[in-house]
Each structure stands twice: as C-alpha cells, then as structure tokens.
Write a new protein. Structure first.
Length: 262
C-alpha cells in the first residue's frame, strides 16, 4: 500500500545501511498523553499501512508518557543532593538531559543515590584527564534517557520531565504481538540513536542505529513519534518515485558538501 506520509523537513526519506537501503515514513499523531494506550495508537495510525517485512520504530518518549513516566516539573520535589550534583553536569546542545534539578532528581530516584554518587565521583576524576561521558556509561540507559522540558517540546511537555520507559524490551514485544511486525523503541536526536527496546533480540543494535542515525522523527513540533520502516526494493508507485527524488536530493547535497570542503 502506498503511504500518505512524507519525510520531515530537512530529513531524508531513505538511508543506506550495511543491511541495505531503507525508507522511513514518519507518522504524525495527536499529542500523546498518559491516558493513551500504545495498542490503540497502533490501530489508529499504523495498522492500515503495514506490509510483510515492515518494521515499526517508536520514540521512547511516547512509550514513557503512556506508562505515566512523564512528570510535571512543578510536581517533582527536588532534593538538596540533586541541586548540588546538577552544578557539575556538562550542558549539551542535544537536550537538557540531567542538567536540570528536576531531571537530576529523577536520575537519583531511578538509579539510586549511592550509584549516582559513585558515578559522579568517577566521572569527576576522569574529567581531569579529558574523558567525558563516564557518568552515563556507569549509570546506563536509565540515566541517558532522562530528559527535561524545553521550548521545542509540544505543550504541555514544555513543562514536563520524563524518565526512560519501563521494560522497553517487554513493551516492544507486546506491540509486536499486537501488530505482527518487529518493533524498536529508540531514543534518537541529532547526535545519533540509542536503542532502548527491541521485540526481536536477533536484530543488531548497529542496524537500528544506522537506520536512525539522522533522527528522521525529528524533534518537538514535528510531532511524528512513530515510523514505518520498509526496505526500498519493496516500494511501489509514488512511494518509489518519492524515494528516488529524495535520493537525488541527498546525493546533490552530499556532492555540494564535499566540494565545499575542497
């Protein structure tokens, strides 16, 4: 079936991976709230367009939201320890992360105070030698996926902080049972992609990371937290033509960038 979807502005429909070339069709939804059910979202936005061989990629944010793991910042009671630790957090352009008192508090709750203090101490020592990222490497995805409010978030989530989804592998498996196709839950931004949950354990993380290394969901007001992923050789009709057009644009931009460097 042909798709009524187009790539987000500035994003490519197709991408090359070590496993072949794939098209990613981002799907616009309503603003997902705690009361929503993931299976219902699949029925409303995805099921009519699925074909054999497709995959569904989902932003971890809406999974966390439907699990009640997004909290209004004003409702988070911030401890003195969180206020102290946040002073030492490296601020990245990729997002707030745990760089706000509210999100640091969620990190303490999720990972435990002792483990967070240990990670902070080790990270502090490693910074003296120019090594960054140790804090997140010790605490893992529970800390890495925490994020806070920003002006780029669709209201009301410009006033919310969120944790990682609970049991993302289980959530992906449940959605596969409902949809009949593999499901991947990702935390993607313009710096890359982290795989939080997969329905199929034999699907390599590297494959998923390559598919989403340019963040086709995009951020904020695009409001496209779902995507159907399909191998290009399975495209037909206008989808195939769109893929070809997008490929030409991509190759032209790549050549232009290479010429600029010379």
């Amino acid at each position: 079936m042909e798709m009524p979807f187009s790539p987000n502005e500035g994003k490519n429909l197709t991408i090359d991976t070590d496993w072949g070339t794939y098209a990613r069709f981002p799907i616009k939804t309503h603003v997902v709230m705690k009361e929503d059910v993931m299976n219902d979202l699949m029925d409303k936005y995805v099921m009519d367009y699925l074909e054999e061989g497709d995959m569904i990629f989902i932003s971890e944010k809406i999974v966390a939201i439907t699990q009640g793991r997004a909290l209004k910042v004003s409702d988070i009671k911030v401890s003195r320890l969180a206020k102290f630790l946040v002073k030492f957090v490296y601020k990245s352009d990729a997002g707030i992360g745990i760089g706000a008192p509210s999100t640091m508090e969620l990190c303490l709750r999720e990972c435990g105070r002792v483990k967070v203090l240990f990670a902070a101490a080790v990270a502090g020592i490693c910074k003296l030698f120019g090594k960054r990222g140790v804090f997140y490497n010790i605490l893992g995805m529970k800390a890495r996926a925490i994020d806070g409010p920003s002006e780029y978030n669709v209201p009301p989530y410009n006033e919310y902080a969120k944790m990682a989804p609970e049991n993302p592998d289980g959530a992906a498996a449940d959605l596969k049972a409902h949809t009949g196709v593999p499901v991947v839950i990702v935390d993607a931004n313009d710096l890359g992609c982290n795989v939080l949950g997969k329905s199929d354990k034999d699907m390599p993380d590297k494959f998923c990371e390559q598919l989403y290394r340019d963040n086709p969901h995009d951020q904020g007001f695009c409001q496209t937290p779902l995507a159907i992923v399909r191998k290009v050789d399975k495209l037909v009709g206008k989808d195939l033509e769109l893929a070809k057009q997008e490929r030409v644009k991509f190759d032209e931009k790549k050549a232009e960038a290479e010429n600029t460097k010379k």
